[in-house]
Ligand binder design. Sequence first.
Ligand code: CU
Length: 488
Amino acid sequence: MKKSIWLSILIGILLLISIAMIGLWLINRGMTPNEHRNMDMGTQDEVLVLKEDKGEKLKPLELPKILAPSSKENNTTIYDIEAKSGEALIKSGEKTRTLGYNGNYLGPVIRLQKGEEVTFRTKNSLDEETSFHWHGLVVPDNVDGGPNQIVQANSEKSVNFQVSQDAATLWFHPHPEGKTAKQVYEGLAGLIYIEDNNEKSKDLPSDYGKNDFPVVIQDRNFTADNQFDYETDQNSDGTQGENLVINGTIRPYIEVKYDKIRLRLLNGSNAREYKLKMSNDTSFTQIATDGGFLEKPATLKSIRLAPGERSEIILDVAKEKGETLELKDGNTNVLTFKVADSLLLGPPIPEELESPEVTKEIATDKVEKIELSGMGTMVRIDGKKFDKNRIDKVAKQGEERIFEITNQDDMMGGMNHPFHIHGTQFQIVSRNGKEVTENERGLKDTVLVAPNEKVQVKIRFTQKGLFVYHCHNLEHEENGMMGQINVI
Ligand SMILES: [Cu+2]
């Protein structure tokens, strides 16, 4: 009797072990080598280690053109923006087949004034659908360019809106469901600068390409004949490359002729995070986050940038005349500065930056929970994958609320998710109940949420319509880590 009970328990245990093993085998079958590496390490860090491409010579940093208006009709400034394919000399040797806006790779800088009315005449000259999304721009849903505003191949679409927000460094990129990650990887991304009177009154470095530089940081892989090969490099936990490409330049440098230079940093990578610092370990000054100026400048020795995030920093090189410095991510050089022997001196960085009109005070106890979870193809928001026919949340225009974003740890350790929401800017209240550091207190549209972290943000939708929110690890977005909020 006793013997048979023990026997059944033993058989039961063996059965459970074999079911678990079959389950693990099934999960493993669908994984790429990188995903296996992730499993071993428990994080997405260093899936591909960045290398500084010593085979390439130092080259001047490529500077995108400032987009000139095509015309002005009535009170509207009209800009033409075309998504097209091309080729660019990024790595020495053969040219790389690329995508770009109005050019071969990346896009121009679109400079807008607060209060101005603009029309973007967008044209899709690709052989597949795309969309034109203005990341961080506070506009109604029908001009936002999200996955519901597709522009078919070889067609055009005009959008018209009023620029209503304060000075900020925003960006634009495609957003078609299932094709965003590949189109961005191949080159579709550009910067938008919003300027206002407050910014002009602050006397900040603003001479484009002289003491005010766009810095679009991306990581890419190249085949032996210098091509991007998105399909092969694609990783369901975020596609990473081992070469850093800054504004389309490998190993870029800037000749610095001013004592203070402003860098408008954008992490335009699909999935890689950066922790940037100076080679001589000096501190720098952060003046802006995603959505505009900090109330007061913040002094930092390093800054973390997740995919989609922007940060404006000012370097003071007055003590480094004649020297060469680097902005680094770990041991890899991001950007080299050749500081001139004599420097033009600019005014000090102002102590107050933010426009007095910015109203961040949101008094509400209405908490809306958002739960991020999973890795690879298993990523979800609130347990669900994206369905463009489903509305996940509803908000009232003008209503204030707190979004409490959690990142559920899982058996594999979880992943960092940069959470982005369209059509508005928000303010981070706390991480795990603690106040955030001063450099995260500006307006944001993308916030990094680490495993087991709980981030509260204050949010108010001023624009109406159906907006998406998603993980800005673009492969997670493609894997369905996206939801929709209807603002009525
Ligand atoms: Cu994610």
